[in-house]
Design a protein around this ligand. Structure first.
Ligand SMILES: NC(=O)c1ccc[n+]([C@@H]2O[C@H](COP(=O)([O-])OP(=O)(O)OC[C@H]3O[C@@H](n4cnc5c(N)ncnc54)[C@H](O)[C@@H]3O)[C@@H](O)[C@H]2O)c1
Ligand SMILES: O=P(O)(O)OC[C@@H](O)[C@@H](O)[C@H](O)[C@H](O)CO
Length: 389
């Protein structure tokens, strides 16, 4: 059984590749990072270490890699695969779509066995988004044919894998916890199940619970931590003021999720507690720059801050912490992050109201827009008072 996985990065090696390999798949990573591709191809294996006291480790075997820039080679691998997965970042999906479409075309010309394509990205409907990008490269006739055999089940993936700083570029340290949930309703044919994956009939409650709890809390620790001068999530989560912002927002998104999906309130509270423990794992060093990365994506209307705030607002649940978090995201001024640089330039040139309108899509007369701009003004004032001291 063959798996093709796009993105040999942190989650690709530390989670998806690991589970695929342990389930008996030969894993071919596709990446544009020449070092990773060469090492994976030469070694055929890599090590994953758990961030726990014993630093347990496992060797992931039966892996290789191909250069993502070699579209013909990638297409051939897809034509021959039993499953395709991705973990490249949701904004990169459009860039890998052409090669996937070429692979599907080749596969269909060879008879076309069923093929699931699962995007393992932090986004609602990630595989569905990938399907749209892929279908832009297929003719109408080909789309009809692909509809018969190629499926794009949505998924939610949860495992904290920080930036890696080891001498061995393939070694990856991951938190022990993991959860990979896949929409089974979309899967057809004889599918070799991946061990450790939770298959569900309806993915939306799972992806929204994950994105609006783990990722909402995580990015608030990053943005509030950044404003307080911390460098890692572990440092930020020692500050009672940061913890209060994270917990406050998770109570808001939690109240919304419990109401929307009829989750058991006590179980959801346990879910939150478990996540807070994961954030402070002392065996991990997770940089604020990574967790806060791509603030434009994170304040977009369907993502971890604005979407839960809007859903809660519509249920008459007040959202002071979530709106303050959006304001904090607008102040994430980290020059090494291209989206942060773009956001700051936009705010400088057009003002914060225009930025809120453009990036959150909350119009100027929306009550949440006013709340965000008020919080932005307060945070800006606090920051200038702190720097004057
Ligand atoms: N790291 C985590 O804790 C975590 C957890 C859950 C989900 N995710 C999601 O997984 C995805 C990947 O995150 P990550 O932390 O592993 O990032 P990463 O930067 O470590 O890995 C991304 C990999 O994709 C590769 N890539 C970029 N463009 C490519 C292309 N055109 N073709 C092939 N490969 C390409 C990069 O070279 C890199 O190796 C993101 O959507 C992220 O939100 C991450
Ligand atoms: O990957 P992003 O940029 O969407 O979010 C950063 C982190 O919050 C994220 O990678 C988490 O570590 C992960 O989602 C945990 O499952």
């Amino acid at each position: 059984m063959k798996a093709v996985h796009f993105g040999a990065g942190n989650i690709g090696r530390g989670f998806i590749g690991l589970l695929l390999s342990k389930s008996g798949y030969e894993v071919t990573f596709v990446d544009v990072n020449d070092t990773l591709v060469e090492l994976l191809r030469n070694k055929g294996q890599y090590k994953v270490t758990l961030a726990n006291e014993q630093a347990d480790s496992v060797i992931v075997e039966n892996v290789t890699a191909i250069d993502g820039k070699n579209t013909a080679l990638v297409a051939e691998a897809i034509a021959d695969a039993d499953i395709v997965t991705t973990a490249v970042g949701v904004s990169v999906l459009k860039h890998i779509a052409g090669a996937i479409a070429e692979g599907i075309a080749l596969r269909l010309s060879n008879g076309g066995r069923p093929l699931p394509i699962i995007a393992c990205e932090n986004a609602i409907g990630g595989s569905t988004q990938l399907k749209h990008h892929v279908y832009e490269h297929l003719s109408e006739a080909m789309k009809v044919q692909a509809d018969q055999t190629v499926v794009f089940p949505d998924a939610a993936v949860d495992r904290i894998v920080p930036l890696q700083q080891h001498d061995d570029p393939l070694l990856v340290t991951v938190e022990p916890f993991f959860e990979w949930t896949v929409d089974r309703s979309a899967i057809r044919g004889d599918f070799h199940k991946i061990h450790g994956v939770h298959y569900v009939d309806q993915l939306l409650p799972y992806i929204e619970r994950k994105l609006f709890t783990v990722n909402t809390g995580h990015c608030i620790a990053a943005y509030q931590g950044f404003l307080s001068g911390y460098e890692t999530i572990q440092q930020a989560m020692k500050d009672p003021a940061v913890i209060a912002e994270v917990k406050g927002a998770l109570l808001e998104s939690g109240a919304m999720l419990v109401k929307t999906y009829s989750f058991d309130e006590a179980s959801h509270q346990q879910y939150i507690e478990q996540i807070l423990e994961r954030f402070i794992n002392p065996y991990l060093t997770d940089e604020i720059i990574r967790v806060g990365r791509s603030p434009i994506r994170k304040i977009s209307p369907n993502d971890r801050l604005v979407k839960p705030a809007l859903m809660a607002y519509k249920l008459d649940i007040p959202v002071p912490h979530l709106t303050r978090a959006i304001a904090a995201a607008l102040l994430f001024d980290e020059g090494s992050d291209p989206e942060s640089a773009e956001l700051q330039t936009y705010i400088r040139e057009h003002g914060v109201h225009a930025a809120i309108e453009k990036f959150t899509e909350l119009s100027s007369d929306h009550p949440l827009h006013a709340q965000i701009s008020t919080e932005y003004a307060k945070l800006t004032e606090q920051r200038s008072q702190a720097s004057a001291k």
